[in-house]
Write a protein of this length. Sequence first.
Length: 493
Amino acid sequence: MLRRAIFPARPSLSSGLARASPSLGVSSTEFRGYSSSNVKLRPKTRIGVFFTRFHDKPGIASDVLAVLKKYHLQLTHLESKLYNYSFDGATIEFDIDGVVGTNPRIEEALKHIRSLGVQAEVRPPIPVPWFPSTRKEIDLCVEDVIGAGAGGLVDQDHPGFNDKEYMKRREEITSIANGYREGDGRIPRLEYTAEEVRVWKAVYEKLEGCHARWACEEFNEVLPELKAEAGYGPNQIPQLNDISEYLSSKTGFRLRPVCGLLSARDFLNALAFRTFCSTQYIRHGGNPFYTPEPDVCHELIGHVPLLADPHFAEFTQKVGLASLGASDEAIARLASIYWFTVEFGLVRSTMKPTDPDDTGVRVMGAGILSSFGEMEWSAARRPSDECREMGSIARDYPDMRNPIIEKFDPKVAAEKPYPITTYQPTYFIGESLREMKDLISDYCDTIDRPFHPVYDPITGIVNPSRHVERLDRTSTAADQAEKQKAYFASLKP
């Protein structure tokens, strides 16, 4: 039975993201515990000011802030609340650029604030999960892959598991990805074999007609440019470096080669820097229309075109920025939103349908765009029985003739469970990419988080709005690999 690519399980089960690549058990380096002290964040000072009921009078907060202006101190964060949830007084807490001891103006400002009759204290940094603050630190996000050291692919039922030549080729491509570092410049070119090009050609030509019929307008509009500037076409596999240069000129996104499945946190963190982690290997040629993992067909045909669209690129980065320093629970919700949009999202057509069989539903998700069967299932008015069989819908949902399509709401999508080995029974649809961008941006702004990341597109540096301390970087790859293994074992009779 032809199935779509199998993706990692829901965030609570494994990584929760249709991402970066397979669990190929080859890594150029062992995972190294990383201390956040190696790279310093921009220095800040966190100050708390407490007003008793006797000093809490109209205008006192503005008096405190006037002191910061007087001493030319840059405010990066400000909040107010009742002191310990009581009615005895209130506090304001703010963060400013600079550090006590190296900036005498901060000490003078503290003395001045205390002279107003209020208590003021320097507070310790807020501990947060490790996150990259520079593009260079993305090297650490891709260093540890799920399944590294396992000695092979995700599972022994992978089509190429017993193919020694295929496995050897995968190891060659893995070593190239492992050797790449931020700052190296051009991504190494791969000389794809005739067999690999044959597989690419079969997939490319099979999907081409489906894209013309069901892909969103923004996807189809960029294809001519990709053909002209990045080498797209059936007769060659495009090179990551050519595509990366093209995307950079359009939206500032770049591709980064990776060798294995990244955790949801690591993959989303890279998106914050408009960096998309991409595989370079291709599926096994035994069946070009089946893969149990994302490969170069999924990445380049499914993901890349829409990364050239400004609205799509913006909300993709917004999800990445929201993941920096976020809690595990927030990461799981963001990964689900990513699943139902970037991987399996739908959007309304911008043109009024003239064909009675045209539902007006268009595909924007890469998981669908790289699967001819799921394009039909998600967007056709009457999906064929063959299509339902291919995606295991007939088996798991025998009475379902069409998928359930709900209006996109990120709050609902964040909590929605989903299957990972069949076509989706439920999709979310947006009125436009612009609307989805706005909805996702609004959702990300509501996430309860200890700081807000401020991204500088010129330097590629993220500065947190607050005085935070990144905890030492730790790996969850081994734990996630065990959960993934247990999940797939549970599917077998």
